[in-house]
Ligand binder design. Structure first.
Ligand SMILES: [Zn+2]
Length: 241
């Protein structure tokens, strides 16, 4: 079975997201609303559109499973949620059961988190092996940012991340950038110590976390280990206040 042109287009978009590219707000994920706007830029989004998106991405994911690749639908989540809200594992209503019905293949992932990590790992590796013009520095920046944000994916870490953000008053430690849109602060939480091997490593100390704006965060990850606050300022030509 082949993909329709629309499915193929959305599939490439989701692969970009899996590779940490694309212009979704959150690295490695895209919201239903963002995805809708990519597909139908001229029509407005409403929650009633969700089932159409779900149907589209589920069919793409069944196609992926048949080709022994991880299901890309797990990267599409509600805004401010880490995972889709439907059950993954419910034997009747679960997304996994639905995928199996469509593809005849049982996805080898126990949770949404495991399936997401499989997508990121699979597509980042693909990109690395096929990459010509993109520098390794850019790739490590993408991965670094993902490794950092992945720590916030773990509930236990979330409290620490919130604590660090409050401590830093939601302000970038390097450039002092501070911005809130509505009730949301535009600020990242950065691990001073790189989370080396395990993407699921747990941060235990709030002192390891600092607030950085999205730009300084990207700059921090142009090196391994990440640049210090002072080095970020030097790289950006910012005078210390
Ligand atoms: Zn900054």
């Amino acid at each position: 079975m082949l993909l329709t042109p629309e499915q193929a287009k959305v599939r490439s978009l989701l692969i970009n997201i899996a590779q940490g590219l694309g212009n979704s707000k959150r690295i490695g994920r895209i919201s239903y609303k963002e995805l809708w706007r990519h597909i139908h830029p001229k029509t407005t989004w409403s929650r009633a559109r969700t089932p159409m998106i779900v149907d589209l991405i589920t069919n793409i994911s069944a196609f992926e499973l048949r080709h022994k690749r991880p299901p890309l639908n797990v990267l599409v989540t509600p805004t401010n949620k880490l995972y889709p809200t439907e059950s993954w594992d419910d034997p009747v209503k679960g997304v996994r059961a639905h995928l199996k019905k469509l593809s005849k293949i049982r996805a080898p992932f126990a949770t949404y988190a495991a399936a997401q990590e499989a997508c990121w790992a699979y597509w980042t590796k693909k990109r690395k092996s096929s990459v010509g013009k993109t520098s390794t520095k850019e790739l490590s920046a993408i991965e670094g940012a993902r490794v950092d944000s992945s720590a916030t994916f773990i509930k236990r870490n979330r409290k620490l991340v919130e604590e660090a953000k409050r401590r830093d008053k939601f302000r970038c430690r390097a450039c002092k950038f501070q911005l809130s849109i509505g009730s949301a602060w535009i600020i990242d939480c950065h691990h001073k110590k790189p989370l080396s091997s395990s993407i699921a490593e747990i941060v235990t100390n709030v002192r390891d976390l600092i607030c950085l704006c999205p730009i300084c965060h990207r700059v921090a990850h142009t090196a391994t280990p990440p640049l210090s606050v002072g080095a970020i300022r030097r790289a950006r030509g910012i005078q210390r206040k």
